[in-house]
Design a protein. Sequence first.
Length: 366
Amino acid sequence: MGRKYWLDLFTGKTWEEFLKHGASISGFRERRRNIAKRIQPGDYLICYMTGLSRFIGVLEVLSNCYFDDKTQIWEDEQFPVRFKVRVIYALNAKVAVPIHTLKDRLSLFRDLKSPKSWSGFFRGSPVEFDKEDADVIIEAIKNASENPVEREYDERKYSHRPKVYASSVREVAVPDEEEIDISEPQVDRTTHEEMQWLLLKLGSDMGLDVRVARNDQNKDYNGLSFQSITGFRKELPTQFVPKAQRIVEMIDVLWLQKNQIIAAFEVEHTSSIYSGLLRMSDLISEQPNISIDLYIVAPNDRRAKVKEEVNRSTFARLDRPLPQICKFLPYSELKKEIEQMGDRVKYMKPQYINERIAESCELHEA
């Protein structure tokens, strides 16, 4: 089997710490152990500096992965899943290769669902590169080493540490500001608690049992306790592996039929859509045969944002791609349908939401 090529993420600080320690060991978070086990001696790690969005080095792997949480290399985190490596190329930040200088030659930038969707690839490491992309990047790094061209950079971005969302299957960094539009639309006057209440009440009125996220169980809407809703469950049936069980307990709203969860809703009012999607992707990764309707519930003006996030490569490349199984449920449509249902709601089936109100998140070519 030929050499494989893997993404290895660094910040300015962790790159300096790597070099200071002898540039002989690279590491990843413990949660990445399973994918790290696929890396073999002779493979290359392509080093990418977040914040600056530049390729900064190439390392050859000299060992299989091993676990070491005792030897301190990095100050802020352990990165205990480690490899012995040797440096093929190591650049400094000024002569490192900006990814945008290569965009016309990389498959990451072709057939994008949105202009920023390429950045999903750089949310966590290790991730395997397409060989053709790796060849282009390594050639550019080699040229930068032999014929350096200095480019100034923002020191704040060099020192930038990406915000990381922890999940039971992976830890994923939020893209840098230059890679993603961080502006948010105007906030709907509807509150997060109102939407949770409406979803709980709707499920209850359909004859289902309902549950709210563990840390929201004591909340209320307009003075009405969530727990006062008929069919409210404080506990969940133990039907998942332990990791999946912990994920499910934090999902905003669940509908249950007897002891079977049939629908899961993440209400993304003003918070990051990404954290809710991680819970859903972790759930289907931990329980690949699970059959649950998944929904992102958000204001109408977050529609494009929701669909862009669902289609990021982190989720689109799952064995069960999230864009195919997770739908968008807009606030206004849900509220309108609930109002129009009136007393008929008790005759409605949960499939009505999936078939008549929710919108597909799959993006199709025009």
